[in-house]
Design a protein around this ligand. Structure first.
Ligand code: SME
Length: 158
């Protein structure tokens, strides 16, 4: 396997960066069958390309909770209940949530006091949410529709 890099010139807009990223990423994960390996590399690739403060996955397990999966960033909460926090709400509602200010989101689960804004994108298989992609920023209002469109495209590739 060649060694792809997910670093892009700083003059690119976020949208251009996502376009290049998704092209490289799709080629990179092609042929990889192991789900956890793919999630681990997805976290690393997103972290490298966008410098996110925290990026990773929570996966629905048989006990009916979200459990921490592969991620990049500081240690995080290991379990999230259905309907709780941003992750549990995105799971319950089956839709992407963008939270411009986590302190203004009722029930936000603060794994790190440095986290200021967040986007959570559900992973859907056969109509059911099987996990979520969670990205945190240490800046307010870091995520918008460009992130949502690109990240929803990304999770469909998983
Ligand atoms: N803030 C999330 C919990 C996960 S951490 O951000 C990594 C939430 O409210 O669900």
């Amino acid at each position: 396997m060649s060694e792809p890099t997910f670093s892009y010139p700083s003059h690119l807009t976020k949208r251009e960066r996502y376009e290049s990223f998704l092209k490289d990423y799709e080629a990179f994960i092609e042929g990889e069958q192991d789900f956890i390996s793919t999630l681990a590399n997805t976290s690393a690739a997103l972290h490298e390309a966008f410098g996110f403060f925290w990026v990773g996955f929570y996966l629905v397990k048989e006990d009916g909770w979200l459990h921490l999966g592969p991620f990049q960033g500081s240690v995080a909460c290991t379990r999230v209940k259905h309907g709780r926090g941003v992750c549990g709400t995105a799971w319950a509602e089956g839709r992407t949530l963008i939270v411009p200010d986590v302190d203004a989101f009722p029930g936000h689960i603060a794994c790190s006091s440095l986290s200021r804004s967040e986007i959570v994108v559900p992973l859907v298989k056969d109509g059911a949410v099987i996990g979520v992609l969670d990205i945190d920023s240490d800046h307010l209002n870091a995520f918008d529709e460009d992130d949502q469109v690109a990240l929803e495209q990304l999770v469909r590739l998983l």
